[in-house]
Design a protein around this ligand. Structure first.
Ligand SMILES: NC(=O)c1ccc[n+]([C@@H]2O[C@H](COP(=O)([O-])OP(=O)(O)OC[C@H]3O[C@@H](n4cnc5c(N)ncnc54)[C@H](OP(=O)(O)O)[C@@H]3O)[C@@H](O)[C@H]2O)c1
Length: 312
């Protein structure tokens, strides 16, 4: 493995912080960039040289970032503007790794979905802005050799954030009800497939990809744990961890939104009710990605973190 000089945009973020830290552990020289606004708890950034600035500010990218010493760029929270600025000013990078999402692929037309699955068209549930951004990045690779690689994590799980619940968001109230044994209503969703990637595994994928600069360029990779589970298994894992005796009531989505008015259909229940089941074989084959945790282990670790931090 060669030591590389890596810029990490979003290095104080939940995934971005893990990427920056793991790059340091792997022996890379790391410069982290953020605006310094993020007050969330983040991982230890010892060894990361931090620079404060806004990645959407063209003069900051042109006059400060472009003049740094680097050979790889990792952007944990890219947007379409970043694609343009990065391809214009950070041309000396051998690799530019973007964090995207498997939310670009939904609804899935086959299982497990792989990187050949359609994703460019707008659908009622996909993350279309991310599709537009990724399509532009790939176009720049094809026309101008923009050395991009797009890594698409599934739902993220593990210590550091409240896990997804069966109301389609990350509402700690769901898990509080389970813990206290209160009855709880859900839409009939226990047959739906979910695949959750462990945060440290996902961050590790970016670091591994740095070891294969030529192989990953211009490619899209799905990263997650190895196997999808049903939301039923996910719920029983949470109940077991919390020693919950809650009664689970199944109601229609319409009824559910009446019981809990904060639950919405768009961008929430509609997405939860989509199957998520992906093949991570390409990342395994091309850059030796090895996820170490299952979705159930990730959920248990996330709930343990919620308890330790007093959220739960
Ligand atoms: N949540 C999921 O289940 C899921 C699933 C698949 C993919 N993803 C993807 O995973 C990524 C999430 O990364 P994360 O967890 O590390 O995010 P995060 O915790 O929200 O952190 C965002 C980071 O970016 C920095 N940042 C934001 N805007 C900036 C700007 N204009 N200029 C410079 N820095 C800026 C923030 O710091 P400052 O605010 O201080 O600038 C912070 O360091 C996203 O790309 C998301 O699409 C998430």
């Amino acid at each position: 493995m060669n030591s590389r000089k890596v810029l990490v945009f979003g290095a104080t973020g939940e995934i971005g912080g893990r990427i920056a830290r793991d790059c340091v552990r792997a022996g890379h020289k790391v410069i982290g960039i953020s605006r310094g606004k993020n007050s969330n708890e983040h991982v230890e950034l010892e060894g990361v040289q931090m620079i404060c600035g806004d990645k959407s500010d063209e003069s900051f990218i042109r006059d400060t970032v472009a003049k740094l010493d680097y050979d790889a760029v990792i952007n944990s929270v890219p947007n379409i503007n970043d694609v343009e600025l990065c391809s214009k000013y950070l041309k000396k990078a051998e690799n530019v790794l973007f964090c995207s999402s498997t939310g670009t692929f939904v609804p899935l037309r086959y299982f497990p979905a792989d990187e050949n699955h359609p994703w460019r068209e707008k659908t009622p549930v996909n993350f279309y802005q991310q599709c537009v951004r990724d399509a532009r990045a790939i176009e720049l690779w094809e026309t101008e050799d923009f050395p991009v690689s797009i890594l698409r994590p599934t739902n993220i799980i593990g210590p550091g954030r409240v896990p997804l619940e069966l109301w389609g968001a990350r509402d700690i109230a769901f898990f509080k009800k389970l813990k206290s044994g209160e009855s709880i209503s859900i839409a009939p969703c226990e047959h739906i497939l979910l695949q959750s990637g462990y945060n440290d595994d996902l961050a590790g994928a970016f670091v591994k990809a740095l070891d294969y600069p030529d192989e990953v360029r211009g490619e899209i990779f799905i990263i997650s744990c190895r196997k999808a589970i049903t939301l039923g298994t996910y719920l029983s894992t949470a109940m077991q961890f919390l020693n919950s005796k809650s009664e689970i009531r199944r109601v229609s989505p319409e009824e559910l939104m009446k019981i809990y008015p904060e639950i919405t259909w768009t961008n929430r229940l509609d997405f939860l009710l989509e199957h998520m089941c992906f093949d991570i074989g390409k990342a395994e084959l091309i850059f030796g990605y090895v996820p170490r945790k299952t979705a159930e282990e990730g959920l248990a670790d996330a709930l343990e973190w919620c308890e330790k931090t007093g959220l739960l």
